[in-house]
Design a protein around this ligand. Structure first.
Ligand code: NDP
Ligand code: HSE
Length: 443
């Protein structure tokens, strides 16, 4: 029998993910020891309530409410508490004591990432976070290691399972956002308070993490443009379908030139966008996640799988644990987080994409020409225009008149130009309402 050196692992949290990490660590101890070249001793599990319900059968003697003592005796600390405090304090304490830290905490990384990476660098410790973005899907390590010699141009991510479930449901079965949200809640995909998911906060945290990593630049959460899916209507989904698109909540990270100065910068943004039904992201159904990466040399890559779930996410945490443990065995300083590029984060007005705008207009001679000239005045080029059935005598701004629905697809334009166009169109006396403005991504 091989005698392995011992590495002490402290686990903070035994909820959905933590309980599964503990279970796998205890059940697969021998196998993990053989892979690492050291045995991973789970020295304790910090929780709030040692008598609380668990999704796995964990040895009672390992549970404790004294996280601090556990951290101080550990080689590796696994933080699965979630939220900002006390997770931040615990992670800093662990790093400052020289322990490597593994976390799945996207909220903490998106808001305090630089502070934590600095603390790790000061003492030569490592901070691993594969599970913080897209659960079980390996995406952090591919961006940090596999693509380290390439230049990432763009990332399009479906990184929130709840919203993908809702939009997919609306697309497949029809019905309203509220109906689909109710189903997501019933099936346990949506939290009792789904705000973080449906308003795009969760996806924005993941976008900040991915953009920082991919572009070697600190991208603060406040710089991520965010729009959720609560205003999406069944009519928009149906109209998207007719035009050959599907609606997805995307986290988009992009390296681009500032349209005014030409200077290189980055953009990180979250919004519901139209994606061609031929694009690989259109085939991501239910609560699954996928991250589509476009790199200069590698071309297009897609990473797909479960973005959440206790056991699935535990797989990513265990992968990080093996990496951290191997470094303890082999030695060496590890790799600091790279922010050398330090590119400016550009505002949403600087991005360039295509758009689909839906208008209710007066069905009268000259209306199309008036609208076309407003687009042209703002340097937005119209690519497609579909007019649908006029409603005779529908009430409108200037009294009863016939109206028509116009769906206008544009060529690529800056967001600033598009916003100015939409504002001018909305003011026009031939337009009764701007009913939808959606960006088209993935072209
Ligand atoms: P849970 O809410 O299920 O579990 C949290 C755990 O932390 C519980 O065991 C709780 O103890 C413990 N805890 C809370 N506060 C304290 C405290 N002050 N001191 C000690 N222990 C504390 O969270 P999840 O397992 O779902 O998530 C953990 C992390 O993983 C989060 O950062 C989350 O964002 C991330 N994540 C989760 C995914 C998922 O599918 N669930 C997917 C990807 C990432 P007690 O049990 O006693 O209440
Ligand atoms: N609430 C998240 C989701 C869990 O719906 O994808 C994973 O971060």
């Amino acid at each position: 029998m091989i005698e392995y050196r011992n590495l002490r692992v402290a686990l903070l949290g035994a909820g959905s993910v933590g309980a599964q990490v503990a279970k796998l660590l205890l059940e697969h101890g021998d196998e993990l020891a053989a892979r690492v070249g050291a045995s991973l001793e789970l020295t304790g599990i910090a929780v709030r309530d040692v008598d609380g319900p668990r999704t796995a059968d964990l040895p009672r003697h390992l549970l404790t409410t004294d996280a601090q003592s556990l951290i101080l005796g550990a080689d590796i600390v696994v933080e699965l508490i979630g939220g900002i405090e006390p997770a931040r304090t615990h992670v800093l304490q662990a790093l400052n004591s020289g322990a490597d830290v593994i976390t799945a905490n996207k909220a903490l990384l998106a808001t305090h990432g630089p502070e934590l990476f600095d603390a790790a660098e000061q003492v030569g410790a490592q901070l691993y976070y594969e599970a913080a973005v897209a659960g079980a899907i390996p995406i952090i390590r591919p961006l940090r290691d596999s693509l380290a010699g390439d230049r990432v141009r763009r990332i399009l991510g479906i990184v929130n399972g709840t919203t993908n479930f809702i939009l997919d449901r609306m697309d497949r079965d029809g019905g309203s956002f509220q109906d689909a949200l109710a189903t997501a809640t019933e099936l346990g995909y949506a939290e009792a308070d789904p705000t973080a998911d449906i308003e795009g906060y969760d996806a924005a945290q993941k976008a900040a993490i991915l953009a920082s990593l991919a572009f070697h630049t600190t991208v603060p959460l406040e710089a991520v443009h965010r729009q959720g899916i609560t205003a999406i209507t069944g009519a928009e989904i149906e109209s998207a379908r007719r035009a050959g698109y599907v609606l997805k909540l995307l986290a988009i990270c992009e390296r681009l030139a500032d349209p005014v100065t030409g200077q290189e910068g980055v953009s990180a943004r979250v919004y519901p966008a139209l994606v061609s039904r031929d694009h690989p992201l259109a085939a991501v159904h239910g609560a699954n996640n996928a991250v589509f990466v476009e790199a200069e040399a590698a071309g297009s890559l897609m990473f797909y799988g479960a973005g959440a779930g206790g056991l699935e996410t535990a797989s990513a945490v265990l992968g990080d644990l093996v990496s951290a443990a191997r470094r303890h065995v082999v030695g060496g300083p590890g790799v600091a987080e790279s922010t050398h590029a330090d590119l400016p984060v550009l505002p949403i007005g600087s991005i360039t994409t295509r758009y689909q705008i839906t208008l209710e207009v007066a069905d009268e001679p000259g209306v199309l020409a008036r609208i076309a000239s407003l687009f042209s005045e703002h340097e937005v080029s119209v690519e497609t225009l579909v007019q649908s059935v006029a409603q005779a005598g529908a009430p409108a701004r200037g009294g009863a008149r016939s109206t028509a629905t116009l769906v206008i697809g544009t060529h690529a334009a800056t967001d600033a130009a598009l916003a100015a166009t939409v504002a001018a169109v909305a003011e026009s006396d031939v337009v009764d309402a701007v009913t939808s403005v959606l960006r088209v991504e993935g072209a």
